[in-house]
Design a protein around this ligand. Structure first.
Ligand code: RB5
Length: 150
């Protein structure tokens, strides 16, 4: 059991070149935490197009191959824009604990998006932990979240 949903969470990870360095750090952090990850690229700092990597993570979640995802690009903006085009994906760009907590408790986010050119390493790790550990509150938030996909 390694996430707020009480399951053995499998997290799909992907980044573009600008998020690559932080992706590797977050992957190691999750491994130390005992969280299973599947790394869907990219594999270097060579320039790539972030929508291609957002797609891989979203399709992995929607196919049931992973429970949640983490996407990283330079700002997190492009990745979150792309991820939120997929019905069933609730991508949350978080730069602090407050939004990381609310992204789970209010929005039932299933994809965390981070800005590799914005966040320090320790803050990024803490945001990931907060996002993983915070349960969805349900209640009044349930109907609101369901409206995303109506
Ligand atoms: C790449 O230069 C940069 O545009 C990308 O990583 C991301 O920040 C886009 O939103």
């Amino acid at each position: 059991m390694n996430c707020s949903e009480g399951c053995d969470c499998k997290i799909a990870l992907a980044s573009d070149h600008a998020g690559f360095g932080l992706k590797e750090i977050i992957k190691e952090h999750l491994s130390v935490r005992g969280v299973t990850t599947v790394d869907l690229g990219t594999d270097s700092t060579q320039s790539v197009d972030y929508p291609d990597f957002a797609r891989k993570v979203c399709e992995s979640i929607l196919a049931g191959s992973s429970n949640r995802g983490i996407l990283l690009c330079g700002t997190g903006l492009g990745m979150s824009m792309m991820a939120n085009r997929y019905k069933g994906i609730r991508g949350a760009l978080c730069h602090d604990h407050f939004t990381a907590r609310a992204a789970r408790s209010h929005n039932d986010s299933n994809v965390l998006v981070l800005g590799g050119r914005i966040l320090g390493i320790d803050l990024a790790k803490d945001i990931v932990d907060t996002w993983l550990d915070t349960p969805f509150e349900g209640g009044r938030h349930e109907g609101r979240v369901m409206k995303f996909d109506e």
